[in-house]
Structures are given as structure tokens and as C-alpha cells.
Design a protein around this ligand. Structure first.
Ligand code: ATP
Length: 248
């Protein structure tokens, strides 16, 4: 993809439990201000790639055994997830992971804890999130566990936004959601990208929707990048259509 490189993943290999080689040399680039899609079937290695970047592998007994990862030119493999948040890289995990017993607003506030904002600045940060997610404002006193799947996904993205990231790693935002809600969420992703210049690396099994919103895409198969290209080129590619878009 074209543009100044923000995130550069270079030839990473990942194993879980010291034995299973899951990523077999994955390289990808996210340029500043772009939306890059990481595509592929269930089990292809998308989540593992995001975990390697945000250094969440260790919790899963996983390790990067080869390759390197840089963000704004700085090596980040040994940084903790909290250090990464400080540098502007925030992951939204698959399955949304809001705190079910906290209100939507309290969930959002947890996203800002690394920022040490004053009360006034916290209020400003909240209003900024609510401007993108009016539904969350309506539901701000509701317990997250009782809100819809779409609202919980919005809550998870909103919470990430509270940390004022320059890059969001977004894992399967469409999972389990009705098509109309998926569009709503992707529209907000596009808005955040265009208005706030937040860059995105988003893992998606829903190739169709991801390629409509992304600038560039990588297709993973079995822990390897099988193909990459502009979203437009991938959407027009016959193999992609056949295997990933369900159109022959
Ligand atoms: P999904 O859409 O299911 O998240 P994915 O493309 O994100 O799929 P990964 O979750 O990265 O794929 O999984 C890639 C491979 O790694 C799979 O074969 C999976 O079984 C294996 N794997 C994932 N997590 C672990 C783990 N904690 N321990 C062992 N193997 C794992």
C-alpha cells in the first residue's frame, strides 16, 4: 500500500505452546491514516497476527519466534500492551469484552485510565465518543451486559477511542451482528478514519463488507499472506470472488 508507514510487520512467525507454528512468516504494512483489512477464513491466523502486534500472545502461551514489528519506526515486540496504548496502539478484541456489570459510561471511562485526564478533559473525551456513537449516549446508564450485541461492539470501540489512539486493531467487528448494524459500525470506522485520522488494522471474515470500507487488504491462509492488494483490486479478483465473496 502507498503512504508513510505507521505499522510494519516483517516476517513474523508465531507458535503456541512451544510447538504449533501458526504464523509462518507474515508481513504487512499499515500506512498512516489508512484502513487495512486482514482477511481470511476461520483459523487462518488473523487474531494471532493482531495479538502479536499488541503483545497479547503471552496470555495465550504464544510467542513470536521470528521477524520484527515496528510502529513509527520503533521496535515494539517487547513493549507491554499498556506501553503500546501509551504510544497510540489500542486493540479491540474479538467478542467485544465490555464489562457486563458496568454501565456503558463506566466502561468508556475505563478506556481512559492510562491517560490520567482531568475531570473536565474526561468529560470532553466522553462527549467525543458520544458524538460518534449517539446510541451509547442514549444507553449510557445501562449495564453493558443488558445492551444489544451492536451496542456492546460500539462500547468496545468507544472505550478504545477514550485512549486517544492513532491506531486501532479491530478484531472481527461484524461477528454475530445483523447486516444493518455491521454497516452502521463500519460507517463509524470510516468516519473516525477520515475525521480523526485514526488508522485501522481490522481482521474480518466478512470480506465483502471489509473490502467496501478498507483501502487495502491482505488475505491470510494457513498462517501465510496468500494475496494482497488495494481493496478495489481484491474485490475485482476472480479468486477472491470465488473463495471469499461467495460469488462465482
Ligand atoms: P478466528 O476467526 O477464529 O479468530 P483467525 O484467523 O483469527 O480465526 P487464529 O485465532 O489466529 O485465527 O488461529 C490460528 C490458528 O492458531 C488456529 O489453528 C487456532 O486453532 C490456533 N490457535 C489460536 N489460539 C491458540 C492458542 N491459544 N493455543 C493454541 N493454538 C491456538
Amino acid at each position: 500500500p502507498s503512504g508513510a508507514v505507521l505499522l510494519d510487520v516483517n516476517g513474523i512467525e508465531v507458535i503456541y505452546n512451544h510447538v504449533i507454528l501458526v504464523l509462518k512468516g507474515v508481513s504487512l504494512v499499515v500506512p498512516e491514516g489508512k484502513i487495512v483489512a486482514l482477511l481470511g477464513a476461520n483459523g487462518a491466523g488473523k487474531t494471532t497476527t493482531l495479538r502479536a502486534i499488541s503483545n497479547l500472545l503471552r496470555a495465550e502461551r504464544g510467542h513470536v519466534t521470528k521477524g520484527d514489528i515496528t510502529y513509527r519506526g520503533e521496535r515494539i515486540e517487547s513493549l507491554s500492551p499498556a506501553d503500546l496504548v501509551q504510544r497510540g496502539v489500542v486493540q479491540v478484541m474479538e467478542g467485544r469484552h465490555c464489562f457486563a456489570h458496568l454501565s456503558i459510561e463506566d466502561n468508556l471511562l475505563t478506556g481512559a485510565y492510562t491517560r490520567q485526564l482531568s475531570r473536565a478533559d474526561l468529560a470532553i473525551a466522553l462527549e467525543r465518543v458520544y458524538a460518534y456513537f449517539p446510541r451509547l449516549k442514549q444507553r449510557r446508564t445501562s449495564q453493558a451486559g443488558y445492551t444489544s450485541g451492536g451496542e456492546q461492539q460500539m462500547c468496545a470501540i468507544g472505550r478504545a477511542l477514550m485512549a486517544q489512539p492513532s491506531m486501532i486493531l479491530l478484531d472481527e467487528p461484524s461477528m454475530g451482528l445483523a447486516p444493518q448494524i455491521v454497516e452502521e459500525i463500519f460507517e463509524i470506522v470510516r468516519d473516525l478514519n477520515q475525521r480523526e485520522r485514526v488508522s485501522f488494522l481490522l481482521a474480518e471474515q466478512n470480506t465483502n463488507v471489509a473490502l467496501r470500507y478498507a483501502d487495502y487488504g491482505y488475505i491470510l491462509e494457513n498462517g501465510r499472506v496468500m494475496m494482497d492488494g488495494t481493496a478495489e483490486d481484491l474485490a475485482a479478483n476472480e479468486d477472491v470472488k470465488e473463495f471469499y465473496l461467495g460469488i462465482s
